[in-house]
Design a protein around this ligand. Structure first.
Ligand code: OOB
Length: 537
């Protein structure tokens, strides 16, 4: 077990194996098995190119050998910062096969987040793309590599690498080494990869997911969603996010021999065009993107007759938007309440429509345990709102290298989700709010504390407080209150956005509203009292 990761207690691990959840298969083998069974079928479609299972499997091995030749080895952490391109999938399997651990950054992250991840994970390598959506990621790489505290040995770039190492050259080098055996896979109970937490604290925390637990996550989600070799899954959300990676997402689709379609850009137009062109059967969206799909489809309809299942999660959709799915898109809605930490709740494809529209689903696994408790940790009566605690075969037992935080967030193996839910008959849950200081902006989780720290660094700002406010388009918007430095003018929205961009912060963390106040409300013991901030008119 990698140091800094928290294992399941031995008896529980035994139980998860006995109950058949953990199969002892390394994640890198998921593709190997699929290639053996579905060799000639199409695994990936991107920019019109099609990659078959056998080819993908061989190329992943080539890249794995190339990475080994570079000096990467078991236990090394590699920050993977790639959009939804074939290289994302190739690099994932290549790293898994050599026992190096991908740390998945989101495409929108910039050098602040990347530097933190590289430093905190002690990453050996940073893997990114040349350009994506107008941003030159090689610039990010240059800035990160120049920072102290980051001990990167390699910067690998998919596409035009300039002064960095080209990923395709690593793969080519690996192709010449086909006679060298790959190292045997490590124990399947070890961490395989790191996902990022939805950000309650300053910067993202790392969530270790083991081979056993993540393979189960992907397989079980694929089963519940009825995925099979006929499934064509469109990765409309970043594959670096748990939802599109393994719920069932890319991994769940590949596990059953289906086809993954990777759009060139995340726009609804491009996605809807691909649904029609590739006969997509399933996809996953956050509610704000769903609303855009619905509008786009009403204005410029595409042939969506192949689409069967539309997963919506990451935030709670409003009832009116959810109700438009069947009439406008002609497919079944599935509500998904999940978290990178583990627990996944889903409505089932054959649930009655009224149920699907009224809750966020029920746990994926019979091995999932949930409790709904009051602020003293006592169970609330059925149907009452309380905080959700959970544990089970694919929910983490601790964040990477954060023992103090872990001692507050986990009790007896139970993970405190920070989400307020109501438990309904049949084990379904309705998400009612949260107790954590996170803003859920269009499904992106933004830590209030992190944005406050950035704002307080602005020369015109003395103090800052950040909250989420309801917003019809975003679900929640980021509202900031600042106390200005003596005589300083309040920054305009454009100035503020430029300031945060220059600091290398992901654009989705920029406040949508900014208001100057003479002072911030404090609690009796002098802490910031976010609840007493003025609310929007
Ligand atoms: C997904 O994962 P994360 O890690 O980005 O965010 C998790 C948090 C949850 O704790 C909850 O606060 C919120 O996002 N959330 C929802 C929700 N789904 C997630 N809140 C209300 N309704 C929902 N349906 O967001 C994620 C991971 C896997 C699958 C789907 C979503």
């Amino acid at each position: 077990m990698l140091s800094g990761c928290v294992p399941w207690p031995a008896e529980e691990a035994d139980r998860h194996r006995r109950d058949g959840y953990w199969k002892g298969e390394p994640l890198g083998e998921l593709l190997r098995r699929a290639a053996a069974e579905h060799g000639d079928r199409t695994a990936l479609v991107a920019r019109g190119a099609r990659i078959g299972y056998r080819e993908l499997d061989t190329r992943a091995d080539d890249l794995a050998r190339g990475l080994l030749a570079l000096g990467l080895a078991r236990g090394d952490r590699v920050v993977v910062h790639l959009p939804n391109r074939p290289e994302f999938v190739l690099a994932t399997f290549a790293l898994l096969r050599i026992g190096a651990l991908p740390v998945y950054a989101l495409p929108a992250h910039r050098e602040r987040e990347i530097a933190h991840l590289c430093g905190f994970a002690g990453a050996r390598a940073y893997l990114t793309a040349d350009r994506y959506l107008g941003h030159d990621h090689r610039d990010t790489a240059r800035r990160v590599a120049a920072l102290s505290g980051v001990a990167l040995r390699h910067v690998l770039v998919a596409g035009d690498a300039q002064e960095f190492t080209a990923l395709d050259a690593v793969e080519r080098a690996g192709r010449t080494l086909r006679h060298t055996p790959l190292p045997p896979p490590g124990p399947s109970g070890d961490a395989a990869l790191f996902l990022l937490s939805g950000g309650t604290t300053g910067l993202p925390k790392l969530i270790p997911r083991t081979h056993d637990d993540y393979a189960y996550n992907a397989r079980a989600a694929a089963e519940v969603c009825g995925f099979d070799r006929g499934t064509v899954y469109l990765a409309a959300l970043p594959a670096a996010h748990n939802f599109a990676l393994a719920c069932p997402g890319v991994l769940g689709t590949l596990a059953v021999g289906g086809t993954v379609v990777l759009p060139d850009d995340p726009s609804p137009q491009e996605s809807l065009r691909l649904v029609a062109e590739e006969r997509v059967t399933a996809t996953a969206l956050v509610p704000s993107l769903l609303a855009m799909w619905l509008d786009a489809q009403e204005w410029l309809p595409e042939d969506l007759s192949s689409l069967r299942l539309l997963q919506v999660g990451g935030a709670r959709p409003d009832a009116a938007t959810a109700a438009r799915v069947r009439p406008v898109l002609g497919c079944t809605l599935q509500q998904v309440f999940g978290m990178a930490e583990g627990l996944l709740c889903l409505t089932r494809p054959d649930d009655p429509e009224e149920l699907v529209l009224s809750c966020q689903g029920r746990p994926l696994s019979p091995g999932d345990e949930v409790r709904v408790v009051d602020s003293d940790g006592r169970p609330v009566p059925q149907g009452a709102v309380g905080e959700l605690l959970t544990r089970g075969p694919y929910t983490l037992r601790g964040y990477y290298r954060l023992p103090e935080h872990n001692s507050r967030t986990f009790t007896g193996g139970w993970y405190r989700t920070g989400d307020l839910v109501r438990s309904l008959p049949g084990g379904n849950l309705a998400v009612e709010g949260r107790v954590k200081d996170v803003i859920n902006r269009a499904g992106e989780k933004v830590s209030a504390e992190e944005v406050e720290e950035h704002l307080a660094a602005h020369p015109a700002v003395r103090q800052a407080a950040v909250v989420g406010e309801r917003d019809t388009v975003l679900g929640e918007r980021i509202t900031a209150f600042v106390v200005l430095a003596d005589g300083a003018p309040c920054p305009t929205p454009a100035q503020l956005a430029a300031f945060l961009r220059d600091r290398g912060v992901a654009a989705f963390k920029t406040p949508d509203r900014l208001t100057a106040l003479p002072a911030l409300p404090l609690t009796a013991i002098g802490k910031l009292d976010r609840k007493s901030l003025p609310t929007a008119p």
